[in-house]
Write a protein that binds this ligand. Sequence first.
Ligand SMILES: [Zn+2]
Ligand SMILES: [Zn+2]
Length: 192
Amino acid sequence: MDDRAGGFSRNHYFNGKMLAAKDFQAEQEYHIGKRRLLNRCLFGSRVVCGLTVKINGSSIFVDGGLALDCCGREIYVPSSGRIALPKRRGSSFLTISYREFGTDPLPIPMFPEDPQQEGFEHSRIRESFKLGWGTENPLKEHEWRDGAWVTCGKSHPLVLAQIASKQGRFIINKTFAKKIDAGRTCWCKEKG
Ligand SMILES: [Zn+2]
Ligand SMILES: [Zn+2]
């Protein structure tokens, strides 16, 4: 076993060290990577708080809240939102996935030592989420233990609710909702 393969590596600073973008990226990757490892290993993939699903007429509302996915990434939903009902009949799973995208583009300064670089680059990364519908639970092959799915390290969406349509009416599966409830272990005041 080679203890230098994989694993974590962090910046070591000293006065006069030349810092480039890759060093600041390494700084972020170290802390983000470690936090996600802890999330995965300590908590599994679960709805931590909020993200309660309610049907109101022909709309589905999802409360703000926090979930953790199979990579230990935090899926944070700052406020409640609406999603259209599934188009298909029968049983559907409402899923949430982690998303991120670049914002705030800035022109790249010209460096004589790196003439390949030109144009614009995003100066920020926005961390977001995406709600969707699936015909089956994307975590169905995952073991369920103590209110969470055992994490596999791959980019899997998380299920918020199972919804069935019967004669044009949509109903939330209560047994599945209880399963999700078991993972809500948050102590914050805002979202129960
Ligand atoms: Zn997984
Ligand atoms: Zn909370």
